[in-house]
Design a protein around this ligand. Structure first.
Ligand SMILES: C[S@@+](CC[C@H](N)C(=O)[O-])C[C@H]1O[C@@H](n2cnc3c(N)ncnc32)[C@H](O)[C@@H]1O
Length: 209
């Protein structure tokens, strides 16, 4: 829930704070997380996020991995729990979301999470994996710019896993990515959500795709 005229992707949400707990139940473990108004997923764990966490392949055990648009942290913290030897970068433009994500990492004793604004990720960091429920509602051109910025930082052999609803353009996004030398395949589909697996452009180039 956000205040009238405000969005979950605002940098500084104006909705009065009303924190509440949600429980993320997965077959391999659960997390209790605090969310808040002005942040995506106030009422419950988003169904697309849950599907991504159920269908994504195991993350790399080491290296740097990214949750692009971490919100209050369900994806970043699951990555951190599944890959305790990796460094999880949890990135969001929304300051309230970043505060919640950092507090949720501490609450769940996950010490391998670095929460920051997009421009604060050191430019030399490259990602072995990117998992994201991307902010489709920022608009197509901002979305495309954001995806190209971060998918271009995958290491060779790295891959991204994205969840997008078909009503929010998952199928055209899959085609758009593939046409940008970022081959995207559909890994899973449920209740209108598509899980897209995207290879790094470097791999596509070396495979002659
Ligand atoms: C669909 S929500 C997903 C949040 C969280 N990962 C989850 O699954 O509940 C997308 C998130 O991306 C953030 N966001 C919007 N634009 C962004 C950008 N340019 N860079 C990073 N994050 C962004 C939003 O603030 C929002 O928290």
């Amino acid at each position: 829930m956000t205040a009238p005229g405000s969005h979950y992707f605002d940098e500084d949400p104006t909705a009065p704070s009303a924190p509440r707990d949600v429980t993320l139940l997965l077959p391999d473990g659960s997390l209790t997380l605090t969310t808040d108004r002005g942040v995506f997923g106030y009422d419950r764990i988003d169904a697309g996020t849950k599907l991504l966490l159920l269908k994504a392949p195991a993350p790399p055990a080491t290296g740097d991995v990214l949750d692009l648009g971490c919100g209050y942290g369900p994806i970043a913290l699951t990555l951190a729990r599944r890959a305790p030897g990796a460094t999880v970068w949890a990135v969001d433009v929304n300051e309230r979301a970043r505060g919640l994500c950092a507090a949720n990492a501490a609450r769940n004793e996950l010490t391998n999470v670095r929460v920051c604004a997009p421009d604060d990720v050191p430019p030399d960091v490259r990602f072995a994996a990117i998992w994201s429920n991307p902010a489709i509602r920022i608009g197509k051109s901002a979305l495309h710019e954001m995806l190209l910025r971060w998918l271009g930082r995958l290491v060779p052999g790295g891959e991204a896993v994205l969840v997008v609803h078909k009503h929010l353009g998952s199928d055209s996004l899959q085609t758009w990515l593939t046409n940008r030398n970022l081959p995207a395949i559909r890994l899973a589909s449920s209740a209108g959500y598509r899980i897209l697996r995207v290879a790094s452009a470097i791999d596509a180039a070396s495979d002659g795709l």
